[in-house]
Design a protein around this ligand. Structure first.
Ligand code: SF4
Ligand code: SF4
Length: 224
């Protein structure tokens, strides 16, 4: 899932600025709900906080809220289309994709990002997420025992390790497991260490960001 973190209230208030009377805070019910950053609970909490702030300042504003299933689908944005149009400004608590999808649907509206989109991650403990994939466009997990050298080695080495790990921890940060030690141990357990004797050619980054913004068309949707 996409993991995000809510921006600090001061930053949000500064970003919203002056000159508006009505604000709609829009949450997203999918990834960022799971990462406790932009779901219904966070939307309502932020709305209350902003109400308090502007109330204390004596600024008369209307703050409304809504949390839709996904902000990355027009289908759900359209469900609140009128509500979006009825407000001066929009604060999206989705990832950057959701923010831009609202902008695309409502080009006349100013839409602010309430989150910092962090990474593609997995839940490892309550309230803890870790990066596992960077969406490189050509998955090579099959050659590394299912542990990603691109996302989990701090240097994205395909022919690791770098030699700097200490006690299984990465030399870049000893809070991080050395991705290459994970790969080695996993392949040893599976008795497929010989696979690591093959030198990996440099990764083809063309499916990543070489050609600019990527597009995926699944022909199954169109073929009979
Ligand atoms: S190889 Fe690429 S697609 Fe596969 S997990 Fe790693 S970053 Fe993600
Ligand atoms: S210590 Fe391990 S994870 Fe860190 S950069 Fe070196 S090989 Fe990669």
């Amino acid at each position: 899932m996409i993991v995000g973190q809510q921006k600090k209230a001061e930053e949000i208030i500064k970003m919203l600025g002056e000159g508006w009377e009505s604000l709609l805070i829009v949450g997203c019910g999918t990834c960022v709900t799971v990462s406790l950053a932009g779901g219904e609970r966070e939307v309502e909490a932020l709305a209350n906080l902003l109400q308090l702030y502007y109330g204390k300042k004596g600024k008369k504003v209307t703050i409304s809220t809504d949390t839709i299933t996904r902000q990355c689908d027009f289908e759900f944005i359209d469900d609140i289309g009128e509500k979006i149009e009825d407000h001066d400004i929009i604060l999206s608590l989705a990832c950057g994709v959701g923010v831009q999808h609202i902008v695309e649907r409502h080009p006349q509206k100013i839409v602010f990002p309430g989150l910092n989109t962090s990474f593609y991650g997995a839940t490892t403990a309550v309230g803890e997420w870790v990066e596992r994939c960077i969406g490189c466009g050509e998955c090579i997990l099959d050659r590394f025992g299912g542990v990603c050298p691109v996302a989990r080695c701090s240097k994205s080495l395909l022919n690791g390790p770098c030699g700097g790990s200490q006690d299984g921890k990465c030399e870049v940060d000893d809070d991080i497991d050395c991705g290459w030690e994970l790969i080695f141990n996993r392949m040893k357990d599976l008795d497929i260490l010989d696979k690591l004797l093959v030198f990996e050619d440099p990764k083809d980054w063309q499916p990543y960001r070489d050609g600019g913004p990527r597009k995926l068309v699944n022909k199954e949707y169109y073929d009979e």
